[in-house]
Design a protein around this ligand. Structure first.
Ligand SMILES: C[S@@+](CC[C@H](N)C(=O)[O-])C[C@H]1O[C@@H](n2cnc3c(N)ncnc32)[C@H](O)[C@@H]1O
Length: 244
């Protein structure tokens, strides 16, 4: 199936794109994506499901000392986004054709992502397809491991049921993440939450949006959190101290 994104033009990822298939097998060890950038020592952020690459294209020039890696598994969107980055000669953004969930679980070294961005992820509304949603118990544990200390998973959706799913998972993994308000990226336009293609499309349809940030808790905090749950039966009734 073609989405006709190239409008008949050849899409050329050039050096801005690569395919997960070209990674070494993960049983040979982790593969550090920061090595792909001219300055691998810089802050690193990962986007899951980049679509047409608009977030990468808009945000990366505003943060030139951060390396941005998008992951997109639909070949045509991947090629379109990589071609866009190439045409703009974007210095600090790249995109990989990959299943980001698999990449984070099997290839990504621990503690390297300052932020993981997840914007307008596919909702998979049928119950039998819920297992395809990006956020799962396992993927949250894997993202926790991939984040730096204090690193953040930033989530936006328009989908009411997917939002409820996120809220349930955030509550169940409160030992791994503190939930806080979502800070709009500097590239978001007036009235926008993040400013991706899907947000712009859904805004025209008048849909409301939901957003949260999950900040990685450190093991010591997690242990203290668990201990307080065990020693204080009333702890669950204490109102949260952070803005939701
Ligand atoms: C609804 S679109 C949103 C695209 C973009 N974030 C936006 O807001 O415009 C979701 C995208 O995520 C991609 N995707 C879904 N699951 C993925 C995964 N596990 N790894 C990489 N890409 C994924 C899909 O192919 C699709 O292009």
């Amino acid at each position: 199936m073609s989405f006709g994104l190239g409008h008949g033009r050849d899409l050329d990822p050039g050096e801005w794109g690569m395919d997960q298939k070209d990674l070494p097998p993960f049983d040979q060890g982790k593969w550090d994506p920061r090595r792909w950038f001219a300055h691998p020592e810089r802050r690193f952020e990962l986007e899951i499901g980049s679509g047409k690459g608009t977030f990468l294209l808009q945000q990366s020039p505003l943060e030139p000392t951060t390396n941005f890696l998008g992951m997109e598994w639909t070949n045509e969107f991947y090629r379109y986004a990589a071609d866009r980055l190439r045409r703009h000669q974007t210095a600090n953004a790249r995109i990989m054709r990959a299943n980001a969930v698999e990449f984070i679980r099997h290839w990504c070294p621990v503690g390297i992502c300052s932020v993981i961005h997840l914007y307008f992820s596919d909702p998979w509304p049928k119950t039998r397809h819920h297992k395809r949603r990006v956020v799962q118990d396992q993927s949250l544990a894997d993202m926790h491991a991939a984040l730096t200390p204090g690193g953040e998973l930033r989530i936006v959706t328009d989908h009411v049921e997917l939002w409820a799913w996120y809220e349930e998972h955030a509550a169940r993994h409160a030992h791994l993440f503190d939930r806080s308000v979502f800070d709009r990226p500097t590239s978001a336009g007036s009235g926008e939450v993040v400013g991706t293609n899907f947000e712009r499309k859904f805004r025209r349809e008048g849909r409301p949006f939901h957003a949260m940030t999950l900040r990685r808790r450190e093991p010591a905090e997690s242990v203290a959190h668990e201990a307080s749950r065990i020693t204080s039966p009333a702890a669950s009734q204490v109102p949260p101290t952070r803005a939701m």
